[in-house]
Structures are given as C-alpha cells and as structure tokens.
Design a protein around this ligand. Structure first.
Ligand code: PGA
Length: 232
C-alpha cells in the first residue's frame, strides 16, 4: 500500500485526476469504478478541465459507479446519477452506453456487467467517518457482492445536510467489499479532519468487518491519497 499525503484538498484532487488520466492514456478502454460524495468533486473538476485543455478522449472508457440511493427517481437532484451528470458525464465524451450506475433492480446483473467489461481496472473510493467504503457499512462481509443495504444511522445523519427538509433514503445499492477487492487497482481518497480517525483505523488498525475500509489492507495494489487534515 502506498500512502500519498498531499498538502491540501486541491492537490489531492489534482493528484487523483492525474492518476486517472495516466491510466486512461495507458489503456483507453479502461474500466473504472467511480465514487460520489464531497471528496471526489475536485477530482472530477480537474478531470473536466484537463479533458478540455488536453483534448482527452474518454469514449472507450467503461464506468461503474460504486453505489446509489434506493427510492429516489433517477432525475432526483440528490441521486448519484444526477451527481455524475453534473460533475462529470455532461462535460466529457463518456458514451451513455458505457455508463453503469446500479439501481438495485438486479444487483447480480450489475456484477455480470462488470465481468463482461473485463473486471474493474481502477477503482476510486472514498471513506465514511464510520470507515464505510461505498455503502458497505460496518459489519458488511468482506465477501459481499453488489446488493441492497440499509444505511447506518450516522450515514443518514451525515447525508441530511444535503437533503435539507427532505428525508434521506434509508436504503442503497452498493458494490460489495468482495466486488471492490477484485478491482486490479484501488485508490482511496480521504480529505478533512473528520476522516482522520477512520483513515487511521482503516490503514493501521486490525482487519475487521467492523471497519469496512480495513479490508483494503488485503489489496496488493492500493494507493491512499490523503490531505494533511485527514492524516492522524
Ligand atoms: P464524502 O463521502 O466524500 O461525502 O465525505 C465519502 C463516503 O462516505 O464514502
């Protein structure tokens, strides 16, 4: 596991975007696992900027999002599908047919689609303050596959700020930890002091299903990109 500590969020975003661009240049038909949330917004911004400036081509890219809320219409402003359009897909030439976002209707089909695409080459993932990865909450099996899960109370609580007066969905569909671990390369992003404890437990603590991100210690090709604040 390589740990890169960047001075600030901006550098974290640039470093992760650079890593994605290098991977796409090396393999234009890359299959990539993509996260949502606050942390990767800067990475997507940088990717879009560089796409325009450097005339990058994402037309052969296959994308698989890590997770999605259950119970929100696709076009809901807080759905991850909408997030991905707003921050990335609307601004680059990823083909709609190559975009995959789970919707919970057939989780096994999502797994088969990943397999048909040749498996995930590069997967970017954030970490929750409770050390969840994607929506694999504490207690998730390290063998878990794409499935519908109940969100942890703290996850719902943290999401409430984004939903205003609307209720936060209580369920989601998520790639499993087993699915995530099969990616050939994993990049974990963490920014801000509120993540430092989770990062510490994930990287240095015992490998335990009560700390979902600790499963990543078992991955042979893993890069962690932190900003100073996320480092304990
Ligand atoms: P955040 O979410 O980037 O919004 O902090 C990360 C996560 O919960 O996985």
């Amino acid at each position: 596991m390589r740990v890169l500590v960047t001075p600030d969020y901006r550098t974290l975003s640039q470093t992760s975007a650079e890593l994605v661009i290098k991977a796409v240049r090396a393999k234009p038909d890359l299959t990539i696992g993509l996260p949502t949330g606050r942390t990767p917004i800067g990475m997507y911004e940088d990717l879009v900027k560089r796409y325009r400036k450097e005339h990058l081509d994402f037309s052969l890219l296959q994308t698989f999002n890590l997770d999605e809320y259950i119970g929100l219409p696709q076009h809901h402003p807080k759905s991850y599908r909408t997030y991905m359009r707003r921050h990335f897909f609307d601004h680059v030439n990823v083909l709609p047919a190559n975009i995959h976002i789970p919707d919970g209707s057939d989780p096994q089909q999502y797994e088969r689609a990943i397999q048909s695409a040749g498996g995930i080459d590069l997967l970017i993932v954030g970490i929750g303050a409770n050390a969840h990865i994607a929506f694999n909450e504490p207690g998730s099996s390290f063998d878990s596959r794409t499935r519908i899960v109940a969100l942890a109370p703290e996850t719902i609580h943290n999401a409430q700020q984004h939903f205003g007066n609307e209720p936060v969905p209580i369920k989601a569909v998520t790639m499993g930890i087993g699915t995530i671990l099969e990616a050939r390369r994993i990049v974990l992003l963490a920014s801000g002091a509120e993540k430092s404890d989770a990062v510490e437990r994930a990287l240095r603590g015992p490998v335990s299903e009560s700390i979902p991100a600790s499963a990543l210690q078992r991955h042979a090709n893993m890069i962690v990109i932190l900003d100073e604040a996320a480092k304990l």
